[in-house]
Design a protein around this ligand. Structure first.
Ligand code: HEC
Length: 110
C-alpha cells in the first residue's frame, strides 16, 4: 500500500520535470544561417537563462513542444508577465533574446 502511494507520487513528479537535452555544435550548425555568429557558448547561456527565469512560476516546457512561430509569441509574452512582478528576477531585452534563440534552436533538435 505504502509502496503504491510512493509509486504514484514518483510518477507525478517525473511528469512535471522536463529533462533538457545538452546543446551541441550540431544544434548551432543547424541555425547558423538564421543567427550569424551564434556560438555554442551563447546557446548554453540561453539554456541557463531559460532554466533560471522560466521556472519561477511553472516547470520547464520542452523546447520541441512549440513551433518557432509559437515561441516568437510566447517568450515576449512570458517575459512581460515576469517583469510585471517586482519580486521576480527582471528579464532584460538581451536575456529575452537569449532565451528565444535557445528555445527556437532546440525546438528543432532531434
Ligand atoms: C510570472 C510567472 C511566469 C513566468 C516568469 C513565466 N511564465 Fe510561462 N506561464 C505562466 C502562466 C500563468 C501560464 C498559463 C498561461 C496563461 O496565462 O494563459 C504560462 C504558460 C506558459 C506556456 C504555455 C503557453 C501555451 O499557450 O501553451 C509556455 C510555453 C510558457 N509559459 C513558457 C514560459 C517561458 C519560456 C518563460 C520564461 C521566459 C516563462 N514561461 C515564464 C506564468 C509564467
Amino acid at each position: 500500500m505504502k509502496k503504491t502511494i510512493l509509486f504514484f507520487i514518483a510518477i507525478i513528479f517525473s511528469a512535471c520535470s522536463v529533462k533538457l537535452i545538452a546543446p551541441t555544435e550540431s544544434d548551432v550548425a543547424r541555425v547558423i544561417s538564421k543567427y550569424p555568429n551564434y556560438s555554442l557558448a551563447q546557446l548554453q547561456q540561453g539554456k541557463s537563462d531559460y532554466e533560471k527565469y522560466c521556472t519561477q512560476c511553472h516547470g520547464l516546457k520542452r523546447p520541441s513542444s512549440k513551433t518557432e512561430e509559437k515561441w516568437n509569441k510566447i517568450v515576449p509574452w512570458m517575459c512581460k508577465k515576469n517583469n510585471e512582478k517586482p519580486n521576480l528576477h527582471h528579464i532584460s531585452d538581451e536575456t529575452q533574446a537569449s532565451i528565444l534563440k535557445y528555445v527556437i534552436t532546440m525546438s528543432s533538435a532531434k
